[in-house]
Design a protein around this ligand. Structure first.
Ligand SMILES: [Zn+2]
Ligand SMILES: [Zn+2]
Length: 181
């Protein structure tokens, strides 16, 4: 099996986790997990682990090699989809055989967020819908920050967090809207 990024380097077996063997490239450090390997491992893995917050993500450089790769197993084009959840990279999956390609450090980052056992969901419509909603929220937030400037935007965010978690939030909101001060 040849690396879909380097195109000349043979992939070699690598024990990723207990019961999970990947095919790894020594040159670009990408990894291929064949579909049957992934599902066999997931079957023994038990319940899906709760997602960890973005602050707990391991700090490693991810080199997303982009779309357009071919499946190292069956030669079909790989589907390229954003992971979202505050991670700025995409994964590639073969829509024919179901194998998944991880560029350098993508697996490690997913593992640190406990999302390594949910990669099969990344390619589903509900997950991708959530990714688009996240992107829209980010666009909206950066627009507000641009209007207010970073300092006032920071104050607004703090205030919003405080109000939303306050037991009397409706009183506070009414006061802000109606106050003559
Ligand atoms: Zn490679
Ligand atoms: Zn394939």
């Amino acid at each position: 099996m040849i690396c879909p990024v380097c195109k000349t380097v043979a992939l070699q077996n690598e024990d990723l986790l207990q019961n999970l063997v990947a095919k790894s490239c020594k040159q670009c450090h990408g990894r291929w997990i064949p579909s049957y390997q992934y599902w066999q491992w997931l079957d023994k893995h038990g319940d899906i682990l709760p997602e960890k917050p973005k602050e707990e993500a391991i700090s490693l450089p991810v080199e997303d090699t982009g779309a357009g790769k071919l499946c190292p197993e069956c030669g079909h084009f790989l589907t390229h989809r954003k992971v979202g959840h505050s991670m700025d990279f995409s994964l590639d999956r073969c829509s024919n055989c179901g194998g998944i390609w991880f560029d350098r450090n993508e697996w490690e980052v997913l593992l640190s967020r406990n999302l390594h056992d949910e990669v099969h969901f990344v390619f589903s419509s509900p997950w991708q819908k959530q990714v688009r909603e996240e992107e829209n929220t980010q666009i909206y937030e950066s627009r507000i920050e641009k209007i207010l400037g970073p300092e006032d935007y920071g104050k607004l965010k703090d205030m919003a967090t405080w109000i939303k978690s306050h037991p009397n939030k409706s009183t506070i909101v009414s006061y802000i809207l109606d106050s003559k001060v």
